[in-house]
Ligand binder design. Sequence first.
Ligand code: PAF
Length: 281
Amino acid sequence: MQICKTLTELKQAIDVLKNNRKKIGFVPTMGALHQGHLSLYHRCKQECDVTVASIFVNPIQFTNAEDLTQYPRNETQDLQMLEAIGCNLVFMPSVVEMYPTPADIKIYFGTIEEKLEGKFRPGHFSGVGIVVSKLFHLIAPDVAYFGQKDLQQYLIIKMMVEQLSFAVKVVCCDIQREPDGLAMSSRNVRIAQQHRDDATSIYKSLLLAQSILLSHSIHEIKKSIEQFYYPHSALKLEYFEIVDADTLEDISNIGINQSVAICVACQLGNVRLIDNLVVNI
Ligand code: PAF
């Protein structure tokens, strides 16, 4: 497994792959890898000739300085995991390598970025868009893999790729869950022991909403969800939204042939967790 830390090293490695007409699959990450990431790598390996990973905790997508400093980092273990699954190339730049001058540019994705996460993390998607654009330019992948857990991120990147004509296919991979239903996330290692049981209620709330999706109005579902969260005082609900799974627009009535995303964000102690369930009706 080749490790590149500079843009020059990366360019040389990518040029070799391109000259050999390899189909390049790319999985961008911020490290602290878990089974959820590995499922993206497995899919990438099945579908592409070479698998490229990036590990870069992108400072410009963090809206909270504490979240950035506390973001889990575990380079040694990440590299061991990538080696074990047969990743071919890892790009691990420093912040200065990626941003030798401050990234003054901003990307605005329109109304889709103002919903859900965008309401709570202003500027987050601009930072994601900038780093993913840079990585796509540098790596020029044929296919890039993203997790459904960050559904809004996937939709925004898909839109960016279509509207800016990036020559990359963007693939969304299923959410991977712990046996008790908690969606896998790098942030899970920061959940305090006494809060671990509460964390499972996030997925349970999505299942509850799904179970009454066709029999109750959106207003009634949201009321039931508020009651569901009420006894779990450790979980501070930030949003619980039932939206169109392609546009993230609010839904007033649920109809046949609709793809609905039930999306939730909670603060649990000092850890922010998100999850979603896409239901095809
Ligand atoms: O989903 C993530 O881990 C990050 O937002 C990404 C796509 C690697 C960009 O920094």
